[in-house]
Structure formats: structure tokens, C-alpha cells
Design a protein around this ligand. Structure first.
Ligand SMILES: [Zn+2]
Length: 207
């Protein structure tokens, strides 16, 4: 695998996940995009109902938004490492305690993409923080795509439940925080199953 990677690197120099310009080996973004991301301000707040605190490493715009898309839609898995690095460096220490629980994907999206961006980010972060990774939540999907879209349009919260015992102290992880309805549904399911503390950390947040 390493040899294959070396060959690939020799044939095609690594390209920035955001702008596509060549960048130094091992880098995920070029120096210019790295600087733009470094200027993004993290956001800390109370979060949606059910959460104790919520922290995001950047607003969902510019380089941060492009990175979310690169992971989600182009399946550039090393982007999850860059996101986890940024979270580890910038998040206040009190936000990074507890067992790591990824926000569960909608079953239809998981089937379509074949992987789960939030799960990838959660695993990369658990490794860095040496924290337990406990994917103990699942999401029920609408039976038909049409029904699911309609449910979203009507603003119905996603149906999330615990699949087993949940940790007492939870660090919920998602790549991007949008309306907060999903986070609230997760927090509700976790607390119903016995969690006493639920904080949420995301790479980006829609404003
Ligand atoms: Zn770039």
C-alpha cells in the first residue's frame, strides 16, 4: 500500500483538496488554502435543545465548506484527518472529553455514498484524543425517498434511537451542523438512554 502510494505520488504530485493546485507531499490543502482556513473563527455556544454546549471549528463557508464537500461528495478520506487535527488544536479542552459518538447517517445516504463522513471524522478524532469511539445511535429512514424529502420539508425531526448502552458523558461529532434538529434528536435519544452530559463538536457550522 505504501509502495503504491509512493508510485502514485511520483506520477501525480498531491493536489489541494480545495483548489486543485499542487501542494507538498502529505499535505491535504495547499499553503494558500491552509492560510485561509487558519483565519476562520471557531464558534462556541449553547447549541440546540438537549445539548450542554456546541462548538464548531469554522463557519460553513469558504475553505471549510469546500472541505466538507470534498469529504462528503468526492470521498477524499484524508480530509477527515485534517478536520480532526483542526478540532484537536482549536477546541477548548473541556469540549473534548467524553466518549465519542458520531451523528448517525440517514440509511439512504449511507447506501448511496457507501461511507459515512461523520463516522470517518469521529474515528479520526477518537484516535487523536485516545477517546473511546461508541457509535451507539441509529437513524430510521423513511420508507421511500419521496416520503423522507416531504418529512424534511415539513421540518419533522429525524428519528434517532440508541442501539445499546450509551456512555454517561458524550462528545457528539458531525462534519457540519445545520439546523441543529438532528443534534437535538441525538441528544434526546442519548439522555433517554442514560447520558448525563452531551456536548457537540462539528468541523463546520452553517450560520
Ligand atoms: Zn488550495
Amino acid at each position: 500500500m505504501e509502495i503504491l502510494q509512493a508510485v502514485v505520488t511520483a506520477v501525480a504530485p498531491p493536489l489541494c483538496a480545495v483548489c486543485g493546485r499542487s501542494c507538498r507531499p502529505e499535505a491535504i490543502v495547499c499553503a494558500r488554502c491552509g492560510r485561509r482556513l487558519a483565519r476562520a473563527e471557531p464558534l462556541l455556544g449553547k447549541g440546540s435543545p438537549g445539548l450542554d454546549r456546541a462548538w464548531s471549528s469554522a463557519p460553513h463557508e469558504g475553505v471549510a465548506r469546500d472541505l466538507v464537500a470534498a469529504l462528503k461528495f468526492r470521498r477524499l478520506l484524508p480530509v477527515a484527518d485534517l478536520m480532526a487535527d483542526r478540532i484537536q488544536w482549536l477546541a477548548p479542552a473541556h469540549m473534548l472529553s467524553g466518549a465519542i459518538v458520531p451523528v448517525p447517517p440517514a440509511p439512504s445516504r449511507l447506501r448511496r455514498r457507501g461511507f459515512d463522513p461523520a463516522g470517518e471524522l469521529a474515528a479520526a478524532l477518537a484516535e487523536r484524543l485516545d477517546s473511546p469511539l461508541e457509535p451507539c445511535l441509529a437513524r430510521r429512514g423513511g420508507r421511500r425517498q419521496v416520503g423522507r424529502r416531504r418529512a424534511e420539508r415539513l421540518g419533522q425531526p429525524p428519528r434517532i434511537h440508541a442501539t445499546g448502552p450509551v456512555p454517561r458523558s458524550v462528545l457528539l461529532i458531525d462534519d457540519v451542523l445545520t439546523t441543529g434538529a438532528t443534534m437535538s434528536a441525538c441528544a434526546q435519544a442519548l439522555r433517554a438512554a442514560g447520558a448525563a452530559r452531551v456536548v457537540a463538536v462539528t468541523f463546520a457550522r452553517r450560520l
